[in-house]
Ligand binder design. Structure first.
Ligand code: XMP
Length: 321
């Protein structure tokens, strides 16, 4: 399935030409999330307009381990793109303090994100164009291009910003996800970006059940990094669409150094799916799970138990909140 005619090389050339035309010499802003869609858009826009492009990356504090540093190193270092990184962890933690209800978490995070983004964009002065990473399935799901609406998608039409951009440019709006990845590889994106697994906008906040505090998020970040490392070491990442850790907020009794302990539980989840509307649970090799559990319980202070989520979607969703 493809909407593009010709090769990916031609697509890249034409996309750059089209961005250049739409920008028409005006400054261009691109919101970077760390995901593959916005990363590809940023690199295309940079090819098209060079230093007229500014990228904005908001670190919410809900990113995975080292993610913010990786985004910064790649775009500033490798691509020499003008990148503004906003460290908004404190703001998000303050706003989310005491919020435990999943939908409310999402609402607060969405609103705070828009607020931070608007503030930072305004500091830049007049910006003519916004580049967005809308892809074709977003348009289909939102009922565009003759498709029946499945769900309103946050990408289409953009974030509800109170900023009037003269133009919104969507360079990859005709591409399917795999094509975006292919385009990214052709543009030289490292596999960590081009092959990146989907990560929800609210990030670890919807995998850290209950209160969002820095120590709880740090604990989850460490456990998640270990699980991902073990999956990748076993070469299973290519077969899985998502694999991650969850902090369910369940404490249980255990034994550590010969004494009773009462510590957190980490849940591990891996899924296979074609469309994320339904998802299956793969039978992960026991030695991989054992290695992950052994490392998490010994390397992450405060975790004495690891469990595995074996529930498909439906009835469960991929994310826990
Ligand atoms: P669920 O949990 O609904 O997830 O089965 C389906 C897919 O969507 C991702 N997901 C999100 N992606 N913003 C996003 O960009 C969100 O708020 C969000 N919530 C879930 C999830 O990771 C999975 O790939």
């Amino acid at each position: 399935m493809s909407n593009i005619t010709g090769t990916m090389e031609t697509f890249i050339e034409e996309a750059c030409e089209s961005i250049r035309k739409e920008a028409a010499g005006r400054p261009v802003l691109c919101a970077l999330s760390g995901g593959v869609d916005s990363a590809v858009c940023a690199v295309l826009a940079h090819r098209a307009v060079g230093d007229a492009l500014t990228c904005l990356f908001v670190d919410t504090g809900f990113m995975r381990k080292s993610e913010g540093d990786q985004v910064t190193a790649l775009f500033r270092g490798t691509y020499a793109i003008n990148l503004i990184r906003v460290d908004a962890e404190q703001r998000f933690l303050a706003r989310l303090a005491g919020v435990t209800e999943p939908e409310l978490k999402r609402k607060h995070i969405g609103e705070e994100f828009i607020r931070v983004f608007e503030e930072e964009a305004r500091k830049l002065g007049k910006i003519g164009c916004l580049v967005q990473g809308t892809i074709y399935p977003d348009i289909m799901e939102s009922g565009g291009d003759g498709y029946k609406q499945v769900k309103a998608h946050h990408n289409v039409g953009g974030m509800p910003l109170n900023i009037d951009f003269e133009a919104v440019i969507e360079p990859v709006k005709l591409l399917y996800k795999e094509e975006v990845r292919e385009c990214g590889r052709m543009l030289g994106l490292p596999e960590a970006f081009a092959g990146r697994q989907p990560f929800p906008g609210p990030g670890l906040a919807v995998r850290c059940l209950g209160a969002l505090t820095k120590p709880r998020l740090d604990l989850l970040r460490e456990a998640d990094a270990i699980f991902r490392e073990e999956i990748e070491k076993a070469g299973l990442n290519k077969e899985l669409q998502q694999y991650f850790a969850i902090l369910p907020g369940v404490r249980s009794v255990g034994v550590r150094d010969g004494a009773r302990c009462y510590e957190e539980t980490i849940a591990l989840r891996a899924i296979t799916t074609r469309d994320f509307v339904t998802a299956g649970v793969p039978r992960l090799p026991w030695d991989v799970l054992e290695a992950a559990a052994a490392r998490i319980t010994s390397e992450v202070p405060g975790v004495n138990r690891v469990v595995v989520d074996v529930t498909p979607k439906p009835p469960a969703t991929v994310e826990w909140e």
